[in-house]
Design a protein around this ligand. Structure first.
Ligand SMILES: O=P(O)(O)OC[C@H]1O[C@H](OP(=O)(O)OP(=O)(O)O)[C@H](O)[C@@H]1O
Ligand code: HPA
Length: 197
């Protein structure tokens, strides 16, 4: 409700939020404009402000989940005004338009997280499988605190219940591309978000 409310207020207050690009075709699938680059930017600014307040006294390690989170992490970190560290992990669970049902760890962590405050930064939480895997993996390192930030969450698709601390937008259970997210490897470079028609 909170995220949707923000979205409509954003459109009402600033007509630039309407500046969608046109439909896009990726590997013969049609995707229609869904969330504009402007609306993403405004929401990410808010998330950056929230994180800056919450972690003002305890420098956090932000862990971006590759590949999808590269754009969100880059824009989010620019809006965090308190000291942070940045690192990456790479996992894969999605094949084409569906979850494969298992998580492959393709690149491990290079930071010691014991006693640290950690924020896992994801582009999207869909079934929750990847985040469940990541939480279990990171908990083994005994951090002081783990928070989860995800630009998008599909509440109707979640199978693995997870506490999500920072949510950009709650979206329906429909496949999306753009702003880091791909369909079969393509579409990650789109600056806005598109939904499968
Ligand atoms: O909640 P889930 O059902 O696990 O889906 C979410 C995961 O799927 C996507 O990654 P993907 O496996 O497509 O790899 P990518 O980041 O390289 O695109 C996304 O970036 C999340 O990590
Ligand atoms: O809707 C999606 N789009 C792209 N990648 C994804 N990974 C999980 N869900 C999605």
């Amino acid at each position: 409700m909170g995220q949707n409310f923000f979205f409509y207020i954003c459109i009402a207050l600033d007509p630039r939020a309407f500046l969608f690009e046109s439909m896009t075709l990726i590997k013969n699938k049609e995707f229609v404009p869904y969330i504009s680059a402007y609306a993403l930017k405004k929401r990410i600014e808010e998330l950056g402000t929230e994180i800056s307040k919450d972690f003002a006294d305890e420098p956090a390690v932000l862990i971006g989940v590759l590949n999808g989170a590269f754009m969100f992490l880059a824009d989010l970190t620019k809006k965090v005004t308190v000291p942070i560290e940045v690192s990456f992990i790479k996992v894969s669970s999605y094949k084409g338009l569906e979850s494969s049902g298992s998580v492959m760890n393709l690149m491990g962590l290079d930071v010691d997280l014991e006693g640290r405050s950690v924020i896992i930064v994801e582009d999207i939480i869909d079934t929750g499988l990847s985040m469940k895997y990541l939480l279990e993996l990171i908990e083994k390192q005994k951090p002081k605190r783990i928070a989860v930030a995800s630009l998008l969450v599909k509440p109707d698709a979640i199978i693995h219940k997870i506490k999500i601390d920072y949510i950009g937008f709650e979206i329906p259970n429909k496949f999306v591309v753009g702003y880091g997210m791909d369909y079969d490897g393509f579409g990650r470079n789109l600056p806005a978000l598109y939904q499968l028609k």
